[in-house]
Design a protein around this ligand. Sequence first.
Ligand SMILES: [Zn+2]
Length: 129
Amino acid sequence: MSQLVYSSKINKIRSFALILIFVGIAIMYGGILVKQIEWLMATFFILGVLFIVSSTVVYFWIGLLSTRAVSIICPNCEKPTKMLGRVDGCMHCKQPLTLDKDLEGEEFDEKYNTRKYRREVKQKQNDNQ
Ligand SMILES: [Zn+2]
């Protein structure tokens, strides 16, 4: 069985935003290193600022997502966690969680959150009628 590598989406996005900040700072630092070449330094700084701005946007987005996330108590570690979409992982123990009774006991898969999967389910239901 694939170990529960799935971590909470909110945590994932948060690490992504953090990486963006570090990349932005690294690029700006690169700009300082090439300060003899003015246009290159300017390019580095603009790029760095772009990365940091996009990180802020991502953080803002997390804030929006958090308000839409469902707060639950994880059945595994009994800590409060938030989940996004139909399937998500616990923030603390990475226990896969689902809000959908049909998916209970199913192997955990990101595909349950995709539109394609939902369309297929709908299609199947229509075929059965
Ligand atoms: Zn947990």
